[in-house]
Design a protein around this ligand. Structure first.
Ligand code: UDP
Ligand code: MG
Length: 313
């Protein structure tokens, strides 16, 4: 029988951990009893440098509940890195992992469906949200805009799939060969290849605590996703540069003709073009800078996470 590890990154999740553990343990036990996963299956919490009682609670849960294991990162590294730390640790113990958030917004009732697809030969199974009616209007539109933009840029992401996914050990081994520091798992996982499938679910609201993804983090994450997988923004800049150059030649001819005709006009045109071109240039420098910054952090290749403690029996 195959061993499952459920990997759950946690950042300041003291309000939800106990309830999450109760529900997950119940589900895991029922899956073990019905014989679809082995009795060695576990829940693996990754404490992403929380500032509250998260780690103490994980330690406590580990003592009283044989299914709970945990790792503690040396400091806060962000959701993607915490998830990677959990997956890379779990792959040493299990045959496959399922990753999910600590707030159980992802419906755990479909866990057996994930396992079924795995047992029928899939290496990767994506959990995809049926609809986004539990999100605020703002989050819904920005998220959809993001997916469409990624598609436009030619990046292969699964629409409405976050990080609720099953991965086999083989897929995890392949993932470990991707050494990029700017981690955007949703973009990398489809690159692995392997047979994959989708299960659909309804996403509910966070049952306690508040979101650990404020707008600033979300924007940074989206930007990371775009610049890690596409160099199209740079192409667009080159194109824009060419376009502006052509226009300026036309403008030059116009100015020259008006000069010959003796007209003293054009102050407005000069000021307008200075501001416009200045703006465009700054924007373009910014985009190029984004990529250079990315190269900088990739070249340094600092470790993506450091594990401080592991709780595993
Ligand atoms: N998370 C993390 N590190 C961070 C921020 C978030 O490990 O720096 C975890 C968090 O504990 C949760 C998951 O990532 O398990 C998703 O976060 P959240 O539910 O707050 O995001 P939302 O669902 O609001 O997008
Ligand atoms: Mg959440």
């Amino acid at each position: 029988m195959k061993t499952l590890y459920i990997v759950v990154p946690c950042y300041n999740e003291q309000e939800v951990l106990r309830e999450t553990t109760n529900r997950l343990t119940k589900k895991l036990k029922s899956m073990i009893e019905s014989g679809i996963v082995s009795g060695d299956s576990r829940i693996m919490y990754v404490d992403d440098g929380s500032r509250d009682m998260t780690w103490e609670i994980i330690c406590h849960l580990h003592d009283e509940n044989p299914y709970v294991t945990g790792i503690k990162l040396s400091r806060n590294k962000g959701h993607q890195n915490a998830l990677l730390a959990g997956l890379m640790t779990a792959k040493n113990y299990c045959d496959f992992t399922i990753s999910m958030d600590a707030d159980l917004q992802d419906d755990i009732e479909i866990l057996p469906e994930f396992v079924e697809k795995y047992l029928s030969g899939c290496d990767i199974v994506y959990g995809v949200r049926k609809k986004r009616d539990t999100d605020s209007f703002f989050k819904r539109t920005t998220a959809q805009g993001f997916y469409s933009f990624m598609k436009l840029l030619g990046v292969d992401v699964v629409y409405n799939h976050a990080d609720y996914r099953l991965m086999s050990r083989r897929a995890l081994e392949t993932l470990s060969e991707y050494r990029e520091v700017n981690l955007f798992l949703r973009g990398i996982v489809p690159l692995l290849g392997y047979k994959s499938d989708i299960v659909y679910y309804d996403r509910s609201e966070r049952f306690a605590g508040e979101s650990k993804y404020p707008l600033k983090k979300m924007l940074a994450f989206a930007l990371d996703g775009i610049t890690s997988f596409s160099i199209k923004p740079m192409r667009i800049i080159s194109f824009l540069g060419a376009l502006v150059s052509i226009f300026s030649i036309v403008g030059l001819i116009y100015a020259f003709v008006s000069y010959l005709l003796g007209a003293v006009k054009g102050w407005t045109a000069i000021i307008a073009s200075i501001w416009l071109l200045g703006g465009i240039q700054m924007l373009c420098l910014g985009v190029i800078g984004e990529y250079i910054g990315k190269i900088y952090s990739e070249v340094k290749a600092r470790p993506r996470y450091t594990i401080d403690k592991i709780l595993h029996k």
